[in-house]
Design a protein. Structure first.
Length: 339
């Protein structure tokens, strides 16, 4: 349906049209815009995280080494979470559960079906492994990633718009989303032309605002040691509780709430716990983005002397600088031995 004017008793409402196409074909290849949105989000997150880690004192592009592990494991986690929370889509009589060469299998991620909370769990595992590999402190990386991760989620939501999916309850608001009545997710019994809440747009706006909030908070030295990532979890999950509550796509319901609402509630709780625990454990400034003994040879880092913008503001203790080698600084005495 093209952009239209919808007459009502109260006047004339405009609406948001759904895109007429969701993919392009290049020879034998079919490229979905949903995938392009996700890829664009990943690239944006990597670029922003690299900028922030570099200013913090990490070597340039170390984020690539971490992303090599984090991104694939995040995608796997996202798919597993989706399958487990939508078992009726993939298991049962008449379902093609395991054959990847037929539609509807658990492997067919190209058909859609990934869950951000699964991506967070898988990505956390991959990021932890990548940080172990590179010597970057996990919480330093998490704080550097937080704004970029929220930006990537905002960009990825446009994929739902191209796919005509994950919309909300019917609405007569001026920004209602047009969904064709032939869409399998179109509720039975509703008239053609019914508009729906554009939950993708609500999340884009919420996440975009969150990026600005996180960037502002990151200028304050308090939001180190994983505390900025904790704010990310609270911000994103709180918004997700709202948007998920008005979505009408099929979902497992547990104790009266959609599975993703429960996941978002857990996200808020985990964020609060991280904030409390890290505040108690770490009262000083992070001494370095690297764990002790892992500063790259030659000190080939790009830290800038600007304490107002997520920068390493501490000096390495002179008694820990070994002759002929570089050393990372350690935390103040009250924080010795903690990471």
């Amino acid at each position: 349906m093209s952009l239209a004017l919808h007459s009502t008793f109260s006047g004339v409402l405009t609406s948001i049209p759904s895109p007429p196409v969701s993919y392009i074909e290049l020879g034998p290849l079919r490229i979905h815009f949903y995938a392009l949105c996700i890829i664009a989000g990943i690239i944006a997150a990597v670029l922003l995280t690299n900028h922030r880690l570099t200013k913090r004192g990490a070597e340039k592009w170390v984020v690539i080494d971490i992303a090599i592990l984090a991104v694939p494991i995040a995608i796997i986690g996202a798919r597993i979470f989706h399958v487990l929370t939508h078992p009726n889509f993939y298991f049962g009589p008449g379902k093609n559960t395991w054959n990847p060469f037929e539609p509807g299998s658990v492997w067919a991620i190209w058909e859609g079906g990934i869950a951000i909370f699964g991506a967070l769990l898988g990505g956390a595992v991959g990021a932890w492994l990548g940080c172990r590999w590179t010597g970057i402190r996990f919480w330093t990386f998490a704080d550097a990633l937080a704004p970029g991760l929220l930006l990537a989620q905002a960009m990825g939501r446009f994929g739902n718009w191209f796919n005509h999916e994950l919309f909300g309850l019917p609405t007569d608001l001026p920004w209602g989303l047009e969904i064709e009545s032939t869409n399998p997710a179109f509720p039975a019994g509703l008239e053609e032309g019914t508009l729906f809440h554009p939950t993708f747009l609500y999340e884009v706006v919420w996440n975009g605002l969150g990026v600005l909030v996180l960037l502002w908070l990151s200028r304050k030295l308090y939001f180190q040691w994983g505390r900025l990532f904790a704010v990310y979890l609270i911000w994103y999950s709180a918004g997700r509780i709202l948007w998920e509550s008005i979505r009408i796509d099929p979902s497992e319901v547990i104790l009266g709430l959609r599975s993703n609402v429960w996941a978002a509630i857990i996200g808020v709780i985990v964020g609060i716990v991280i904030l409390i625990v890290q505040t108690r454990r770490h009262t000083g400034v992070e001494p370095s983005p690297y764990v002790p003994g892992r500063l790259p040879a030659g000190d080939d880092v790009q830290s800038q002397d600007n304490p107002s913008d997520y920068v390493d503001v501490s000096e390495p203790p002179t008694d820990e600088v070994a002759a002929g080698a570089s050393a990372t600084s350690t935390a103040p005495s009250s924080e010795s031995g903690t990471r």
